[in-house]
Every structure is written in structure tokens, then in C-alpha cells.
Ligand binder design. Structure first.
Ligand code: SF4
Length: 210
């Protein structure tokens, strides 16, 4: 256990340095509990918050905590299907957007694949302030590895989680499907901090999300 902790710490340092070189603000948290505390301190009680359907954000307990505090919250996955599009738009115009990331490369790029595109749009040109929460397990060597990881590790698990009968959920690998429920329509690579968006990454020395 101690060895793993040391390893995660080392990864945290490595990714922090690379992300900072690309202009992102990075805060390292040694545990999910510390990540929750760090995020809460960054979010005033009276601001509206959009959340991008991230497993990591829910795992650390941030959604529940924000509900308890009474922040106006936009979380499309909690809405009825016919209202989701409207809530996604509200996420885009909220004061703060909170999300995970599918992958972080060793040279400090954020790589994401979306089905609808609301999450990636909000990450780069939506709310002025974006908080990305990610376990060090999201670290990969290159953009190519990031895409492989997303399609062959994250998507099959997300597909199972969402109860979608996609080919990747059946075999654990991507089949470049043509399904109407396909989760991979848009791939983004944020190479540097976008000039008009304040992005803070809370890097957690633990495994979170898929
Ligand atoms: S393209 Fe289709 S099969 Fe491949 S990961 Fe995406 S949803 Fe799964």
C-alpha cells in the first residue's frame, strides 16, 4: 500500500510539472477527501455550478456536498431525458464548471472524448472558471495512448455504467461503431490553458473514475 502511495505521489509531481508548463493551475490532493476539501474551498456558496457527468466528481462526494450547501446546480444526468439538453446548455453558462478528464499526457495535455460535446465545450469556452478533478490513473504517455485508453478502457466501462449496449461494452475494446448511442463523436486535446478560461486541475494521488 505504501509503495502504491509513493508511486502515486511521484506521478502527481510529474503531471503537475507538465500541466503547469502548459499554463494550468494545479493543486495536488493526497486523497479523495482532500480533493473534496480543496474543491469546496474554491467554490463560493452563492455561485451556480455546472457538472459534466463525471464519475470522479461524484466519487469524491462533491455533488452531494454542493447540494447540501445549496449551490444552484446543473447536472443533466439527474434530469428527465427530455430536459437534458436544456440543462446541458445551463451547464455551459454557469459560473463554474466542474468535470473530470479522460486522460492527461506526460507533456501536460488534457485529452477527452464526448458523445454530445457539452462537456468538452464547457471545458474550453464556457464558464470562466473550470475545475478539473482527476486521479493520477488518468495519466498516459502520449495523445495516441490517451485515445487508446479512452476507447478501450474508459468507454467500455462507461457504456456498462450507462446501460448502453455498445460493442465496446460487450468485448472491452473499441469497434469504431456506428451506433446511434456512440459515445465517441468529438475528440479534444487541450494543449495549453485556453486564454479566456481559468482552469484549475485538482490532481488526486489515487485512482478515480475510469
Ligand atoms: S466508437 Fe463505439 S465501440 Fe468504440 S469506444 Fe466509442 S462507443 Fe465504444
Amino acid at each position: 500500500m505504501e509503495v502504491k502511495k509513493e508511486y502515486y505521489k511521484m506521478l502527481g509531481k510529474r503531471f503537475k510539472k507538465a500541466l503547469e508548463k502548459n499554463g494550468f493551475c494545479v493543486k495536488v490532493a493526497s486523497s479523495p477527501e482532500e480533493a473534496l476539501e480543496t474543491a469546496i474551498q474554491m467554490i463560493p456558496q452563492d455561485v451556480s455550478v455546472g457538472i459534466g457527468g463525471s464519475v470522479t466528481v461524484r466519487q469524491i462526494g462533491l455533488v452531494d456536498e454542493l447540494k447540501k450547501r445549496g449551490n444552484p446546480l446543473y447536472a443533466h444526468w439527474e434530469a428527465e431525458p427530455e430536459q437534458r439538453s436544456q440543462i446541458r446548455k445551463k451547464e455551459l453558462t454557469s459560473d463554474i464548471f466542474i468535470t473530470g478528464t479522460n486522460a492527461i499526457t506526460l507533456d501536460g495535455k488534457l485529452v477527452n472524448i464526448d458523445g454530445v460535446g457539452n462537456r468538452v465545450a464547457a471545458m474550453m469556452y464556457g464558464p470562466k472558471k473550470v475545475i478539473v478533478i482527476a486521479g493520477v490513473n488518468k495519466g498516459v504517455e502520449s495523445v495516441e495512448d490517451a485515445i487508446k485508453r479512452i476507447k478501450n478502457i474508459a468507454s467500455p466501462q462507461n457504456s456498462l455504467r450507462l446501460g448502453r449496449l455498445l460493442p465496446c461494452a460487450k468485448t472491452g475494446k473499441c469497434h469504431d461503431c456506428d451506433s446511434p448511442e456512440r459515445m465517441c463523436s468529438i475528440t479534444t486535446i487541450i494543449e495549453k490553458k485556453p486564454p479566456e478560461t481559468d482552469i484549475t486541475i485538482i490532481l488526486v494521488e489515487d485512482e478515480l473514475g475510469y
